[in-house]
Ligand binder design. Sequence first.
Ligand SMILES: [Zn+2]
Length: 495
Amino acid sequence: MHPVHTLIYYALNHALIYPLDKDYVFNRLTHLLEINGLKPPEEVPYPKTPPIDEILKPLLDHAVNIGKINPDTTIQRDLFESQLMDILTPRPSELTTRFYNLHKINPKAATNDYYALSQATNYIKMTRIAKNEAYTVPSTYGDIEITINLSKPEKDPKDIANMKNTGDYPSCLLCKEYVGFYGNPAQPPRTNHRIIPISLNNEPFYLQYSPYVYYNEHAIVLHEKHIPMEVKEHTFKRLLDFIDLFPHYFMGSNAGLPIVGGSILHHEHYQGGHAHFPIEDAKILDTLHLKDVTYEILHWPLSTVRLKSKHKQSLIRHAEHLRQTWENYTNQKLNIIAHTKTPHNAITPIARKDKQTYILDIALRNNRTNDDYPDGIFHPHPDKYHIKKENIGLIEVMGLAILPGRLKEDFEHIEAILKNERKTFNNSAMYKDWITYLKTLQYSIPIKEMLRLEAGKVFIAVLEDCGVFKQNEAGLNAFKTFIKNTLNTLEANYD
Ligand SMILES: [Zn+2]
């Protein structure tokens, strides 16, 4: 069968297109691919079709041969593929109607359909994501999840040579104008990308999936405008509105300050999805109550308090009071200083729902730097940079590590060093102290597994670096006192 026919049957089988669209998409595909002398496919019932990458391979090879993909790099192939798949992807308005027709019946059916479509169009490349390595590491906090991220394509030197000044449109990757944007070596392809408008706190947002899915149904909610992240009362309102719309999802916000925030601070956005995280199973150290809100202090490396209530408005009021109190909290002994020339205290809030109960996990953060820790006092410390040096954002706050792809190859080199098969490799300088330490260990498991386990332990220590109240007597006493005082000041002002 001609691969164009296979692709069309694939699109029909995956409800990307419907029978009425068949001849139309055939003409567009053959024009783009400059294929002549072929007629539209006519088989009914539609034949079974292989996975998308198998179908696309000969078509992309063909595009290379006729010079439509040039130079032949992964990024150039991705750009062309995205344009090809766009022909088979519903327009934004069609998809939005389809989404809300399902949402009316069942929110889960709507997200299931949208997520399946995002994979079927290969906007989410599941075969690449399957390359990520995932495992768990036991700890005093419970099992921590680790992912070595191998799914983002690396730039080829030919792509870098091709990078031109791309101007300022769209302003960033999270702008709504990215929908259908062709892309270039500097801006990833999004021709087959679709977003769904949603209203949160009566403000315009859009829902999309992350193409890199770090966990199941990794969703992103972005503001209609390119405005900076700002965590305040409206954040709680928006997050809780979101989980009312999609009760099976969680939704969280990164902190709004550098160092403790996510990688994109200049566009208001949230991250959520359909997944269970280690923090949800954290032990509870202490429980307090005020009015209809319960406070739980968690045994967790990042200082986290869990607020629970069946009453949304109460929860918002309590969370906002906690945020304001934290943003002005200073404890010199613990190195927590709320303000110098700039504010330093921030929060990472994460919302979810359990039946009728709203749950807000609020991790307390501080982004101050000093001479000892110029990158951040409550940030990964330099002795752990060989495993993780990037900001700890909300996904990692919840106990899922996203570790750099370089580790996969570097672990193989380190294994060779531990077996005395070689002495150094390209990156070995940054692992020097770690390798010395690893050499002192006695392990009954294979070296490969031991390295993954030890890297996991380093990640857990990274999370501990980020905790403002350390999980020791002094830290926990101060944490509990802070929470008690927060409740007392709120109670004093309750009508
Ligand atoms: Zn933007």
